[in-house]
Every structure is written in structure tokens, then in C-alpha cells.
Ligand binder design. Structure first.
Ligand code: NDP
Length: 419
């Protein structure tokens, strides 16, 4: 049915590639293109002969617009799947527009250099106007809306688990379970243990930037920002058990606040153990999470990038990680004039993911919806021209595909609410 160009070959991309090869009637051909071509060749070698999907590989620096356009023009894909980093979002969107191809990604844009004065001016204005200070927001990618519309192309933003599946859950709740959604609590629980004193489950630089930033939530039409990790709750997660969780800023809150009519409050909580938090606090205190380059022995280094080089590569955590993830959304609202609550969630087992595709569950829960998002575009189920987040499309085919491709969901009525 189609050809996909997959950019990036890290932890998440490894799952995307396996899943595209399983879904070979939709992904007839894929090209894996990344900065380090040897990683692309290694996964091609592993999968060639096990799938009807035709795989080829290429080296590309996705920060280089001309090089990207050359590759896209040569391969002529039906979709470009950005599974590299959020730093590359705008360059790849620009290349898709120039070459006339659909686009998708799993995380919204943030700049690599947060000291860039041109970016900073826009950022500081947004902090003042909107009231949240995260480095990432949708404005940069939403600005492409008209150009994608005029080109008759679709850009699907944030089709991982959170963002991604969580928004499909919201659209499903809005369509099938509620007349009015009042509150949404997104709960991201990782009950997995990799046995290292400290490691992150996806790209360390992106992950640590996210969790060390101030938290924020949406309430009564505006953002409320709080110091990092200052709101803590305990929750008893199905198949995982009791965990401490902390309120974080998260990108899907921004789009859900626009797209779920009349929603009064949206919060996002993620579980962390005390050891993780102590390590992170210590690294932050000594400046290791900084994105500002420092001079070291005559050359500039970015502390957080140096830290990334020291930490375990998330793609290698698979064989060591045991336990389960439980990610979902708790809704309160009204149905047929009565108060109603519901909890839609998925439980995923790290070891089962490793047996299936050689990855831990964080990469798996991101990579499966990335494949599904691309499949929605390739099969013409979601093909309106413009720039969209997951909750803006009909959730039904996506929810059905989650059950089919390894992330089955369940609905609990009357769940325990988070206070
Ligand atoms: P990794 O660091 O494991 O992999 C990133 C890959 O991108 C690497 O192969 C890297 O190449 C490649 N890359 C980086 N820069 C460039 C460039 N300039 N040109 C070409 N390739 C490049 O990250 P993950 O797989 O853990 O994460 C991938 C994405 O998924 C991130 O955007 C992350 O934010 C997102 N994510 C989304 C989640 C969700 O639920 N929505 C959850 C988890 C992650 P090299 O090998 O040379 O370094």
C-alpha cells in the first residue's frame, strides 16, 4: 500500500521498524535513514528475510534541509516518519512541504540550543502570554497549518503513547462515553526495573529536560505553574501496585485544552522512585542538566550531552528490564445528565516486549502508536490536509489498531480518583 521513510534509528525507531515489518501489507517498503548508518544496517540485516517489507537504509543528517530533500526526492516515500528527536521536527516538516510528502512524529518541537536569541525572544513572549515555561510547545508546528492545508498534505503530531494514545483515549471518551468531560488526569506509571542505579527509558537529554522543568496543569481556562516535583500523589495501579507520582507539564495538555470542549482541568502525573529523584536532584544541583555549553579543556561541551554519553543507552535496557507499565486517562464528567467517571488504560509488560521486538516497554508503547499513526495516513483513514494532533481525528480505527498491534486497552468504570 505504501512506502515510508523512517528517520532515526534509536530505541523507539527499533520498535517502529519491527512493527512496520509486521504490518507489511500497509508498509510495503521502508527506508531507515539516520545519522549513524551502521545502526540502520544492523536492524535491516536482522529483519531481512523475516518480512515481505522491502527494507533499505541511508545516512542522513536531518538537521540538513537540502540533504533531507535530496533523500526524499530520490526515495519518493508516501510518508516521512520522524522518529529522531524533537530538535529535527521543523526541518523535517519543511522538507516534507518542499517535496510534497505527508509527515508524522512522536514529540513536539523543542530547540537544541535554548540560548539562541531568536528562539528565546519568541519563548519569553510565550511564557508571559501563556503562563508555562516548558521549552517545548505546539506553536512552532501549528504555524505550519496553512502551508500543509494549501499543499494538500497531512502532518500528524505526537503519535506515541503520551502524547498520542492518551489523546486517542480522550477522543474516544468524548465520542462514546461522555456528553461533557469535566476533568482529565493522565497517569503514566512505569513499574519496570532495569537494575541500574540511574538510567532513563528514552533519550536521556529529552527525558531529563522534561522532568526537571516546572510542572503545570490547565484549570479554568489558564495554566497553573508549580515548582518541579512539588505536587505528589500516591496511586494503586492495576497490575503494578502502589507508586508515588508527580505532576509534570506535558505537551498533550496544550492541545487537549483546545480540542476537548468545556474541559475544566487537565493534569499529567508520572511515577518516579525516590532513587531516581535523588540522582536527578544531585545532577541538577551540580549543573549536569544544563543545556548551556561550558568551556572544558579548551573546547565547548554541553553538560547534559556529556551526561547522555555516560548514561546507559535506553535502547540497551530491553534485556534487563522487568515489570509492567500502566498508562491511561481518568475522566470525570456527565452522561445523560448524570455524573460519570471512567478510566481508559493499557498495561504493558517489559519482558513480553523484549521477547517480541527486542525492546523495553517504553520504546514499545511509543513505537507501536507511531506505526499505527503512519498507517492511518497511508490507508487514507486520517487524511485531512493540515497539521493535527491525535485527538482531532476519529479515534475508532486507531483504538481498534491498538488492540490488534500489541497495546490492548481496557475501561474501568468508577475508578479511584486522584485528589
Ligand atoms: P534515541 O536517542 O534512542 O534515538 C534517536 C535517534 O535519532 C538516534 O538514532 C539518533 O542517531 C537519531 N538522530 C538524532 N539526531 C539526528 C539527526 N540530526 N539526523 C538524523 N538522525 C538523528 O531516542 P528515542 O528513540 O528514545 O526517542 C525517539 C523520539 O521519541 C524522541 O523524539 C522522543 O522524545 C520520542 N518519545 C516519545 C514518547 C511518547 O510517548 N510520545 C515517549 C518516548 C520517546 P544516532 O544513533 O546517530 O545518535
Amino acid at each position: 500500500m505504501g512506502k515510508a521513510l523512517i528517520i532515526g534509528c534509536g530505541g523507539v525507531a527499533g520498535v517502529v521498524i519491527h512493527k512496520c515489518c509486521q504490518n507489511s501489507s500497509v508498509f510495503e517498503e521502508i527506508m531507515i535513514a539516520s545519522r549513524t548508518k551502521s545502526k540502520c544496517d544492523a536492524i535491516k540485516e536482522k529483519l531481512d528475510g523475516t518480512t515481505p517489507t522491502k527494507i533499505c537504509t541511508a545516512k542522513v543528517d536531518a538537521d540538513d534541509l537540502d540533504a533531507l530533500c535530496e533523500l526524499i526526492d530520490e526515495y519518493k516515500p508516501d510518508i516521512v516518519m520522524n522518529i529522531a528527536l524533537p530538535y529535527q521536527d521543523l526541518t523535517i516538516m519543511e522538507a516534507c512541504l518542499r517535496c510534497g510528502v505527508n509527515y508524522m512524529d512522536t514529540a513536539n518541537y523543542e530547540p537544541e540550543d535554548t540560548d539562541d536569541p531568536a528562539w528565546r525572544a519568541v519563548y519569553e513572549k510565550r511564557c508571559k502570554e501563556q503562563g508555562f515555561t516548558a521549552y517545548f510547545d505546539y506553536s512552532w508546528q501549528w504555524a505550519y497549518k496553512e502551508r500543509f492545508e494549501q499543499a494538500g498534505l497531512t502532518a500528524l503530531l505526537g503519535s506515541g503513547f503520551d502524547p498520542g494514545v492518551t489523546q486517542a483515549y480522550c477522543a474516544y471518551a468524548q465520542k462514546h462515553l461522555f456528553d461533557q468531560i469535566d476533568t482529565i488526569d493522565i497517569l503514566d506509571c512505569n513499574g519496570g526495573d532495569h537494575g541500574y542505579p540511574f538510567a532513563t527509558n528514552f533519550n536521556p537529554e529529552i527525558n531529563l529536560r522534561e522532568v526537571s522543568a516546572p510542572g503545570s496543569y490547565w484549570e479554568d481556562g489558564h495554566w497553573v505553574e508549580i515548582p518541579a516535583m512539588s505536587i505528589k500523589r500516591e496511586y494503586d495501579f492495576d497490575q503494578v501496585g502502589r507508586k508515588d507520582m508527580y505532576l509534570l507539564h506535558h505537551e498533550e495538555i496544550e492541545s487537549l485544552a483546545k480540542n476537548i470542549p468545556g474541559v475544566r482541568r487537565i493534569r499529567f502525573f508520572m511515577t518516579f522512585g525516590q532513587s531516581y529523584l535523588t540522582h536527578m536532584q544531585c545532577l541538577d544541583n551540580v549543573g549536569m542538566l544544563s543545556t548551556t555549553p561550558i568551556e572544558f579543556e579548551g573546547r565547548p561541551i554541553v553538560p547534559i550531552q556529556f551526561l547522555k554519553a555516560l548514561l546507559p543507552d535506553p535502547a540497551t535496557l530491553g534485556p534487563r528490564t522487568k515489570g509492567k507499565t500502566n498508562i491511561g486517562c481518568i475522566f470525570t464528567g456527565k452522561k445523560d445528565g448524570k455524573d460519570k467517571t471512567a478510566y481508559i488504560y493499557n498495561v504493558c509488560d517489559h519482558e513480553a516486549c523484549y521477547r517480541e521486538v527486542g525492546s523495553q516497554a517504553i520504546s514499545y508503547t511509543t513505537g507501536v502508536p507511531a506505526m499505527i499513526g503512519a498507517a492511518m495516513l497511508l490507508t487514507g483513514k486520517w487524511n485531512e490536509p493540515g497539521v493535527f494532533t491525535v485527538e482531532e481525528f476519529d479515534p475508532d480505527p486507531y483504538m481498534e489498531a491498538l488492540n490488534k498491534w500489541g497495546l490492548p486497552w481496557q475501561i474501568a468504570d468508577a475508578p479511584v480518583l486522584v485528589d
